[in-house]
Design a protein around this ligand. Structure first.
Ligand SMILES: [Zn+2]
Length: 236
């Protein structure tokens, strides 16, 4: 699966997602689904982009406000042509008739096949698909980060939570909300690291945060993203 990795930048009043491009030269901005996306060459350091965004923040905030007024809520209808986020990608939903089956077509289309184009069926098929992706992706990220944290969970479970992203219990089991798969990959990583660090410290004290920051120095940006944008994750 092609997945371009993104970086998160928490600014004063908004959070931006940086997508690295192969192009040389200048930095581009766009507002996509109510979010600021920065297209920047790999050679430009994050701090430089931070300064650039700060200098444009009045303009960006005005644009974001205008967009919010145009579309106060992203209401989903589960019909062909709607867009969905999947980690660092934007996918176009394709609804086709046929036996139940859901999968990616190329890098930008998610095809949901249902016997009848009932929005409920499409939604349920999407939730099942996101859960499967979450299981595979998060297991892989746990394998990557566990040696860095120095703690391995007993089990990894994917759950549906309304108001939390992950959890960890004293039996060493970790749980993650599948809705995270609609967030940028850096945000998913931050929740993985957060829960793995709870295997070392079952609290949010200074020792816990020292471990989180040791593994992910940019944790704060991802945390801010979830605070600002988290309410938009999920399929209701
Ligand atoms: Zn916690």
């Amino acid at each position: 699966m092609v997945s371009q990795s993104a970086e998160i930048l928490a600014m004063n009043g908004f959070v931006a997602v940086i997508k690295r491009t192969r192009r040389k030269g200048s930095v581009g901005f766009k507002l996509s689904l109510g979010q600021v996306v920065v297209l920047a060459p790999k050679t430009i350091p994050k701090d430089e982009i931070r300064l650039l965004l700060a200098s444009k923040s009045t303009w960006i905030l005005a644009k974001l406000n205008a967009q919010d007024q145009l579309q106060p809520q992203t209401e989903r209808h589960y019909v062909d042509g709607e867009t969905l986020t999947f980690m660092d990608q934007e996918l176009v939903l394709r609804v086709c008739l046929g036996p139940f089956n859901t999968g990616l077509r190329g890098v930008s289309e998610l095809v949901v096949r249902v016997p009848e184009a009932k929005p409920d069926w499409v939604r349920n098929a999407l939730v099942r698909w996101y859960k499967l992706q979450a299981q595979a992706h998060i297991e892989q990220r746990v394998s990557y980060f566990a040696p860095l944290v120095g703690a391995w969970p007993e089990s990894i479970e994917i759950k549906t939570y309304r108001a939390r992203w992950g959890s960890c219990n004293n039996r060493g089991q970790v749980q993650f909300n599948w809705k995270l798969m609609m967030a940028p990959s850096e945000v998913i990583d931050s929740v993985v690291v957060h829960e793995l660090c709870h295997l070392l410290h079952m609290h949010h004290g200074p020792q816990f945060w020292t471990q989180v920051r040791r593994v992910l120095p940019n944790y704060q940006d991802a945390k801010q993203w979830l605070k600002d944008e988290g309410h938009r994750l999920g399929l209701d």
